[in-house]
Design a protein around this ligand. Structure first.
Ligand code: ADP
Ligand code: 5GP
Length: 189
């Protein structure tokens, strides 16, 4: 069942997609997280090969040149993120459904590539004020990074209607339940 399918989550930074994905991964054993490559530094607690593959900017550029990415974006000035093609085969070879956490442009590109084999979910914060509060309360970003992330969010929020489904992340437990229902419907489980 569910062979060669993918679920993708996109949202402005701070909306809560990583939190929702962690909860969903606990509830389903048929899913595996697509580990993106990034040229940013790991945050405290993040691990190479678990949260991301952390590459130097030079190594990232080398892999772009070698055509190793399905998609990649310079999401913030000087910081790139991308999905390695090898992640797709790795996860499908394990017989699992892929979970992507990508920015909004990456989400649109992946949806275009997979078509009906991907469910594209947009995680919507309850308000812009709450988005800012969450970004700050996470305590991982410098003021400069918070500003960069918020500056991007307005354009990202406008793209919600291009996704298959929007999940409003107001109350976390409710949002995770809704996500689970939508995924169950999509996969027919
Ligand atoms: P993203 O992956 O979209 O950047 P995170 O999952 O890191 O966002 O969430 C940003 C912050 O908001 C984290 O500190 C997280 O614990 C918190 N958070 C996530 N969902 C909720 C929610 N429904 N209510 C309150 N805080 C939340
Ligand atoms: P963060 O630095 O908060 O982990 O991620 C910043 C942004 O980069 C988030 O919107 C996240 O979804 C996005 N991102 C992470 N991996 C990828 C990827 O492989 N491709 C694209 N396009 N965006 C990604």
């Amino acid at each position: 069942m569910n062979h060669r399918k993918a679920i993708l989550f996109s949202a402005p930074s701070g909306s809560g997609k990583t939190t929702i994905i962690r909860e969903i991964l606990k509830r389903f054993d048929c899913f595996e997280f697509s580990i993106s490559a990034t040229s940013r530094q790991p945050r405290e607690g993040e691990r190479n090969g678990v949260d991301y593959y952390y590459l130097t900017p030079d190594e990232f550029a080398r892999r772009v040149k070698a055509d190793e990415f399905l998609e990649w974006e310079e999401v913030y000035a000087g910081v790139s993120y991308g999905t390695l093609k090898s992640e797709i085969t790795r996860i499908w070879d394990n017989g699992h459904v892929i979970i992507f956490d990508v920015d909004v442009n990456g989400g649109m590109n992946i949806k275009k590539y997979f078509g009906p084999d991907a469910l594209a979910l947009f995680v919507m914060p309850p308000s812009v004020e709450e988005l800012e509060r969450r970004l700050r309360s996470r305590g991982t970003e410098t003021e400069e990074n918070i500003t960069k992330r918020l500056a991007r969010s307005a354009a990202e929020l406008k793209m919600a209607d291009r996704f298959d489904k929007t999940i409003v992340n107001d109350d976390l437990a409710r949002a995770v339940d809704e996500t689970q229902c939508v995924i169950n419907n999509y996969l027919g489980i």
